[in-house]
Design a protein around this ligand. Structure first.
Ligand code: FMN
Length: 344
């Protein structure tokens, strides 16, 4: 409905103009071990990596944000261009609005027009998958000729919304049924509350190809809803849950290395990307840090992504990692609250 579409625009505006981050992802408690004799040339370091059979230029993923309103087409166009320039993976935002209103499909399909060879991920909520079936999943993939399909989980956000989907039953079965004979790899993705070890087992058991653990400590959908609402009840319930969820680094401790994992949620620099990989992620993903530059210009976005990749390269240089395979073996020190949580 048009409500889904205008809500998308509201979200972008709020994420650009207000403080929507809450808690800590835990990266400040992680330090990569410095190697004082790296014995390599910084310019020869190889950032290339593989993910779900695709070759990527760097282990950075641009996480799902937008589409679904005509005004978002330009943002997706710029995200796709930068993904093409650097060989990055890119996810589009939830395609629900375009599945309900096919005339909105162009705001998503623009990514394939701009980046014919990029690794692109379609996006659909687990609730929509359960309620509308694999037909919607198929259409979402076709709309952008996707290489993978993200099924997102957002029950924290649903729980605090009076009109949210409060019945979570049947989503796991719907995912398992989809994975059984879907030709495109399925990525199960949280959106800011993290994936536990137990939920990770359920997701692998259902046949998912990858997990995007979407941990706490970055963009908070609770913060967005609190900002958006005039309902006092929602506001006070939301404020209680601002800090809810498994921080990204802790979630990495729970599911990192159990399969292909994307770490999103509060990844804020190339050093964070490098830390995530050393902690068992295949890719580090960022959404919010690229939103503002993507709303500005191609140049602003290219500069933002370029900075992150230079930081990844420098972190690899200083840990003596010549490749992403080496970086995955780099040693880390973990301190503070993050360490305490990891020991539980
Ligand atoms: N995740 C989804 O799976 N589907 C969405 O439609 C979606 N929309 C988003 C819109 C905005 C403006 C932002 C900032 C994030 C959105 N996300 C969505 C979540 C991100 O993909 C990501 O998991 C989350 O924001 C954590 O990363 P960050 O802290 O770097 O922003």
């Amino acid at each position: 409905n048009t409500q889904t579409s205008s809500r998308k625009l509201d979200h972008l505006r709020i994420c650009c103009e207000h403080e929507v981050e809450a808690g800590s992802a835990g990266f400040e408690d992680v330090r990569l071990v410095h190697e004082a004799l790296p014995e390599q040339d910084l310019k020869d370091i190889r950032l290339e990596t593989e993910f779900l059979g695709a070759s990527l230029g760097a282990p950075l993923f641009i996480a799902a944000m937008t589409g679904g309103h005509p005004a978002t087409t330009e943002v997706n166009r710029r995200l796709a261009r930068v993904a093409r320039t650097f060989g990055l993976g890119l996810g589009v935002g939830s395609q629900r609005a375009a599945l309900e209103h096919p005339e909105l499909a162009g705001s998503f399909s623009v990514v394939r027009d701009e980046a014919p060879n990029a690794f692109l991920c379609a996006n659909l909520g687990a609730v929509q998958l359960r309620d509308h079936g694999a037909g919607w999943a198929e259409q979402a993939v076709e709309m952008i000729d996707a290489d993978a399909l993200c099924i997102h989980l957002n029950f924290l956000q649903e729980a605090i919304q009076p009109e949210g989907d409060h019945d979570a039953r049947g989503c796991l079965a719907a995912i398992a049924e989809l994975c059984e004979d879907f030709k495109t790899p399925v990525i199960v993705k949280e959106t800011g509350a993290g994936i536990s070890r137990e939920t990770g087992r359920l997701i692998w058991g259902a046949g998912a190809a990858a997990i995007d653990l979407g941990g706490a400590g970055g963009t908070s959908w609770v913060a967005v809803e609190v900002e958006r609402t005039e309902d006092e009840g929602l506001r006070s319930l939301g404020e209680r849950f601002l800090d809810w969820g498994i921080p990204t680094v802790v979630s990495l401790g729970e599911v990192g290395g159990t399969g292909p994992v994307i770490a999103t949620g509060g990844v804020r620099s190339g050093i964070d990307v490098a830390k995530a990989i050393a902690l068992g992620a295949s890719l580090g993903g960022m959404a919010l840090p690229f939103l503002r530059p993507a709303m500005q210009s191609d140049d602003a976005l290219e500069a933002a992504v370029g900075t992150v990749l230079r930081e990844v390269r420098a972190a690899m240089f200083l840990t003596g990692s010549g490749s992403i395979t080496d970086l995955a073996k780099a040693r880390t020190y973990i301190t503070g609250k993050t360490r305490q949580m990891l020991e539980i």
